[in-house]
Write a protein that binds this ligand. Structure first.
Ligand SMILES: Cc1ncc(COP(=O)(O)O)c(C=O)c1O
Length: 458
C-alpha cells in the first residue's frame, strides 16, 4: 500500500468510527508514546511505517471532535469538500504568499474572499485575510485599526513603532474573548489599554457607558471592540446603536464575530447582529461555524488601505504586484499554506441556502439540548440559546453546585463532550453547537447522557 493510501485509510477509519467511539479520548500518554521510537532514530524509517506508527500513536489520544456530539468550546467538524480540499492542499504544498509563488493559491483565495464577503453580507470593497484563527484575525484587523487611529494623529506606527506614540485606548465589551487581549498584547498595546464596558443587559455594551468613555478622552486614539456572539450565551452587541456613536467620535469599531458573524448568513438569525456591517473590521473563523478543518481564521477590514499599510512587506527576492492580489499584503505570515481553499470548498458545498440551513439547524439543536436538559431534576436553565450557545447549572441534592462533576461524568461516558464556564460567578455547563453533522439523534444521546450523569451524582 502506498503511503498516501495508508493515510487515507486511517482518515476514513477515524471518520467511520465517529458514531461509536467515545467523544473524549481515553488513551494515556503511555499509550500514545508506545508506538513511537523512544529517541530520534539514527536511520530514517520507511515512510509507510512512519505513517502507521503516527496513526497508532495518535489513535488513543484523538478527541472525537469531528462528531455531531462535540459541544465544548466552539467548533464544528469539517465538511466533506473542505476536508478533501485541505488534504489536496497538503499534497500541493503551495506557498500562498504571492500570486507569483502560487497562482492557484492567490486566484482561488480571491474567489474565497469574494464569496466570504457575499455570504456575510459585508462591504464588497472590504479587504480580507485568511489567517490561522480568530485570534490572529483580531491581531490582523487590530493592526489595521492601530495604523489608522495613529496615522490620523500624524504617527506612522509601522515606521516609528509605539514608543512615544499617542496612547491607544481599547474600549471593549466586558465579555470580550481572551484572544482579543492576547492580540492586543502581540500588537504591543498591552492588556492595560483595555477599558471594559458592560451594561444591565448581560453580555452587552451600554450606549451610555460608551458615550461616557468617549467623552472622557475626546480626541484620543480609540478602538471599540464589540461582540457578535460571546461564547457563553451568544450575546451580540447592538451594532446599529453603538457603531455610529463610536465612529462619530473617531473610534474604529472592531467586531469579534468568531462564530456569531455567521448569523448574517441566515435570514432567521441575522436580526441578532443587525447593523454589524457598519463596523470597521471583523474577525471570524472558518473552523467554527463554516465547518472547515482547523487553521482557518478570517480578518475583514473595510479600510483596505489601512489593512495593507499594516501588513505589507516586501523583499528584493520576491516578485510581487500584478493583476491578482498578493495574499501577503494582507496577512501577518510570510510563508503560508493555501488555507483559503478549504473555506472556498465549504462555501461552495453549502451554497447560500445550505449555509443558512446549517446556522438555523445548529441553533435549533442548541435549543433542543437546553430544553431537554434544563427540566431534569438537579438542572437549572441559566440561559436558553438565542443563537447556538446556552448555559445550564447542576446542583446536588444538598444544593451545592455540581456542574463540573456532572460535566466530567458526561464526558467520561463518551456519549458527548461539553465544557464548563463561569457565568455571573457560578459554574455552569456550556452548550455550544456548531457542527454540520449534529443530528436530532445526537441531541437525544446528549440529553440522555446528562440525565444519567445527574442520576449518578444525586
Ligand atoms: C468569541 C471567540 N472569539 C475568539 C476566539 C478565538 O478563536 P481562535 O481559537 O480561532 O483563535 C474564540 C474561540 O473559541 C471565540 O469563541
Amino acid at each position: 500500500m502506498d503511503t498516501l493510501d495508508i493515510a487515507f485509510a486511517e482518515a476514513r477509519r477515524y471518520l467511520a468510527s465517529l458514531d461509536s467511539r467515545p467523544v473524549a479520548s481515553r488513551g494515556t500518554t503511555a499509550d500514545m508514546l508506545a508506538p513511537l521510537p523512544a529517541h530520534l532514530p539514527d536511520q530514517g524509517m520507511d515512510a509507510s511505517e512512519v505513517v502507521r506508527a503516527i496513526a497508532a500513536a495518535a489513535e488513543p489520544g484523538l478527541t472525537g471532535s469531528a462528531t455531531g456530539r462535540f459541544f465544548a468550546w466552539v467548533k464544528g467538524g469539517a465538511l466533506p469538500a473542505a476536508l478533501a480540499t485541505d488534504m489536496m492542499c497538503s499534497a500541493w504544498d503551495q506557498n500562498a504568499v504571492l500570486a507569483s509563488t502560487s497562482p492557484a493559491g492567490a486566484v482561488l483565495e480571491e474567489v474565497a474572499g469574494r464569496f466570504l464577503l457575499d455570504a456575510l453580507r459585508l462591504p464588497a470593497e472590504a479587504s480580507y485575510a485568511f489567517v490561522t484563527g480568530c485570534q490572529m484575525a483580531h491581531a490582523t484587523a487590530l493592526a489595521a485599526a492601530r495604523h489608522r487611529v495613529l496615522e490620523r494623529l500624524g504617527w506612522n506606527v509601522e515606521r516609528q513603532g509605539l514608543a512615544g506614540a499617542p496612547a491607544i485606548r481599547v474600549l471593549a465589551n466586558a465579555h470580550h474573548h481572551a484572544s482579543v487581549t492576547r492580540a492586543l498584547r502581540l500588537l504591543g498595546l498591552g492588556s492595560d489599554c483595555v477599558v471594559p464596558l458592560g451594561s444591565e443587559t448581560p453580555g452587552k455594551v451600554s450606549a451610555d457607558a460608551l458615550r461616557n468613555q468617549l467623552a472622557d478622552a475626546p480626541g484620543s486614539p480609540t478602538i471599540l471592540v464589540l461582540n457578535a456572539g460571546d461564547l457563553n450565551i451568544g450575546a451580540c452587541d447592538d451594532f446599529s446603536l453603538l457603531c455610529p456613536i463610536a465612529q462619530a467620535a473617531g473610534a474604529w469599531v472592531h467586531v469579534d464575530g468568531a462564530f456569531g458573524l455567521w448569523a448574517r448568513a441566515s435570514a432567521r438569525m441575522a436580526p441578532l447582529v443587525a447593523g454589524i456591517e457598519q463596523a470597521d473590521s471583523w474577525a471570524t473563523d472558518g473552523h467554527k461555524w463554516l465547518n472547515t478543518p482547523y487553521d482557518c481564521g478570517m480578518a475583514i477590514v473595510r479600510d483596505a488601505a489601512a489593512h495593507s499599510a499594516a501588513m505589507r512587506m516586501t523583499a528584493d527576492y520576491l516578485t510581487s504586484g500584478g493583476a491578482v492580489r498578493d495574499p501577503m499584503d494582507f496577512t501577518p505570515e510570510w510563508s503560508r499554506r493555501a488555507r483559503a481553499l478549504p473555506a472556498l470548498a465549504a462555501m461552495m458545498e453549502l451554497g447560500r441556502s445550505g449555509l443558512a440551513a446549517l446556522i438555523d439547524r445548529c441553533c435549533d439543536h442548541a435549543a433542543a439540548i437546553y430544553d431537554g436538559i434544563a427540566p431534569l431534576p438537579g438542572a437549572t436553565g441559566i440561559a436558553r440559546p438565542t443563537m447556538n450557545q446556552g448555559l445550564v447549572r447542576f446542583d446536588g441534592s444538598d444544593g451545592s453546585n455540581i456542574s463540573d462533576a456532572v460535566i466530567a461524568t458526561i464526558n467520561a461516558s463518551g456519549e458527548a463532550f461539553v465544557s464548563g464556564g463561569t457565568w455571573n460567578g457560578e459554574r455552569v455547563m456550556r452548550i455550544s453547537v456548531c457542527g454540520w453533522n449534529t443530528s436530532s439523534n445526537d441531541v437525544a444521546r446528549t440529553v440522555e447522557a446528562a440525565r444519567q450523569a445527574l442520576i449518578a451524582h444525586r
